[in-house]
Design a protein around this ligand. Structure first.
Ligand SMILES: Nc1nc2c(ncn2[C@@H]2O[C@H](COP(=O)(O)OP(=O)(O)OP(=O)(O)O)[C@@H](O)[C@H]2O)c(=O)[nH]1
Ligand SMILES: [Mg+2]
Length: 203
């Protein structure tokens, strides 16, 4: 899939601020600081489209990006699980994420991000189970693959699959936004999802 153009479409905190549902969306979810915004920039070939920060909790709204003049959209969700955020604020974020995931009719799949170095957290597991319930699961990206060796990855990938309860045909892809590796396959999967969605609309 060729990414020719990408733009920030809208920033939303509540459903009334979401864009229309005419275009298929691919959302990115994962704990704060896992690398969602960095991966979106890498995928879309833009350095600073989505804001990246060393401080967890950078993305606090739902950010909609339009790709190739609304051929599809990429949605950057706020990160969960950052302890230093006050409880009420983090509850608010959870609600923001859940509201979007639950009621978005044009959402085709959620790419869930986990850190390749660590066992998924309880919240990661909860998120994956939740995605399964809504049939939005099946694609997990392990970020920051530049930080571990091949041998470590061989071990960690099994641990990640097991902890999340991924099925044999669910996909787990290592990526590195630093080394710019691993996005080819991810883009291929996204292209398939977009094509399938379009087919469904034409039926
Ligand atoms: N080494 C390395 N660092 C990365 C990679 N991806 C992201 N980072 C760093 O991780 C930090 C967090 O990245 P973000 O992309 O802002 O993470 P996020 O998931 O969007 O975080 P929130 O917006 O807080 O939810 C930044 O300092 C990035 O530079 C990667 O593949 N390798
Ligand atoms: Mg972010």
């Amino acid at each position: 899939m060729l990414i020719k153009k990408s733009d920030l479409l809208t920033i939303a905190a509540k459903p009334a601020q979401y864009p229309d549902e005419a275009v298929v969306e691919i959302a990115f979810a994962g704990r704060s600081n896992v690398g969602k915004s960095s991966l979106i920039n890498l995928l879309l070939g833009r350095k600073n489209l989505a804001r990246v920060s060393g401080n967890p909790g950078k993305t606090r709204t739902i950010n909609f990006y339009s790709v190739n003049n609304d051929e599809f959209r990429v949605v950057d969700l706020p990160g969960y699980g950052y302890a230093k955020v006050s409880k009420s604020l983090s509850e608010n974020w959870g609600e923001m994420i859940e509201t979007y995931l639950k009621r978005r009719n044009n959402l085709a799949i959620v790419v869930q991000l986990v850190d390749c170095r660590h066992e998924p957290s309880a919240q990661d597991v909860q998120m994956y189970e939740w995605l399964k319930t809504y049939e939005l699961d099946g694609l997990v990206v392990a970020t920051k693959s530049d930080k571990i060796s091949k041998n470590e990855w061989a071990k960690n990938k099994n641990a990640i699959r097991k902890k999340l309860g991924m099925e044999a045909d669910d996909v787990l892809l290592p990526v590195s936004a630093l080394k710019k590796t691993g996005t080819g396959e991810l883009l291929d999967i996204i292209a398939d999802v977009v094509a399938q969605w379009e087919e469904m609309q034409n039926e």
